[in-house]
Write a protein that binds this ligand. Structure first.
Ligand SMILES: C[S@@+](CC[C@H](N)C(=O)[O-])C[C@H]1O[C@@H](n2cnc3c(N)ncnc32)[C@H](O)[C@@H]1O
Length: 287
């Protein structure tokens, strides 16, 4: 009899996410300048759609090493307040360091599961989440929680990746690693980078989460770097999921997989440097 795929264990997945980001947080922070350029347009669009005003109270869920919390804090100004939360206590501690280095006193951080907020009802004007919602096993549960924490008329605004076909930076390495590590294709309905990127999916989870008037915009997000070799350095240091996918391979085999990834990514090199396609969706809705 063929092996049955083991059922998805959301609690185990969350523990792995927390461990991975506790480990990779420092690299994510180190690569911040590259990440900020890469996601800059999508971040600005998200902040605009959230209609952030000076003096407001903003919740950033899955805040990572500080974005979009830091940009939101600049928009709310010294009379506003931003709470940056993340499942990983290690990465959110780095967010606080980044905020203090920029002299932003209006940011606080707390470790918290985005699907279960330890926060009072109706206590924020907007909820932001950049590249986090698709890693939550129950995005509708998360959105219902965020809605609960919003005042009436408050806005939610998120960034997620669109589809693998439009995100060669992730899809090509993932398919090489998957083949070499002999992993099955990702199962439908499970969290992951492209889980909310299909047509109509984000609008649908907003509606199921109780939000009104969902609006989703497509924002190109090509990754520009010096070379395919630099891309591989970023991926090795900051994309923990790739490392996790091949953790069971012997070290020499892992090196050989990275060599194959670099070879494939060289097709995005030109005289002007390295540019690989990427695409984000920026979604917003109202309580
Ligand atoms: C790709 S990073 C994005 C970080 C940051 N928002 C940014 O855009 O740079 C994904 C983040 O989601 C966080 N995360 C994953 N699952 C989560 C959950 N259930 N609740 C809160 N944060 C979660 C991870 O710890 C990680 O910091």
């Amino acid at each position: 009899m063929a092996d049955q795929p083991s059922p998805f264990d959301a609690a185990k997945y969350k523990r792995a996410q927390r461990e991975q980001w506790n480990k990779d947080g420092a690299a994510w922070r180190r690569w911040n300048p590259v990440l900020d350029r890469w996601y800059g347009d999508a971040t600005r669009e998200m902040l605009d759609l959230a209609r952030i005003q000076p003096g407001q109270r903003i919740l950033d869920v899955a805040a990572g090493a500080g974005e979009p919390a830091v940009s939101a804090a600049e928009r709310v100004g010294p009379d506003g307040y931003v709470l940056a939360t993340d499942l990983s206590e290690g990465i959110v501690a780095l967010a606080l360091e980044v905020a203090r280095e920029r002299g932003l006193r209006q940011i606080e951080t707390r470790a918290m599961d985005g699907e279960k907020l330890d926060l009072p009802d109706a206590s924020f004007d907007a909820v932001l989440c950049r590249l986090g919602l698709m890693y939550m096993p129950h995005p509708v549960t998360a959105l219902r929680e965020w809605r609960r924490a919003l005042r009436a008329g408050g806005r939610v605004a998120v960034v997620v990746f669109s589809t693998p076909e439009r995100n060669a930076w992730g899809a090509i390495p993932a398919s090489i690693i998957r083949r070499r590590a002999q992993l099955p294709p990702p199962a439908a309905g499970q969290p992951g980078p492209f889980a909310l990127g299909g047509p109509g999916v984000l609008e649908d989870v907003f509606r199921q989460g109780g939000f009104a008037g969902p609006e989703v915009r497509t924002v190109p997000a090509p990754l520009r770097m010096a070379s395919a070799a630099e891309y591989v350095r970023l991926a090795r240091e900051a994309f923990g999921a790739f490392n996790a996918m091949m953790a069971h391979l012997p070290p020499q085999e892992r090196e050989s997989v990275w060599d194959e990834v670099e070879g494939a990514m060289r097709s995005f090199e030109s005289a002007g440097g390295f540019e690989v396609p990427g695409e984000c969706l920026v979604g917003t809705a109202t309580k």
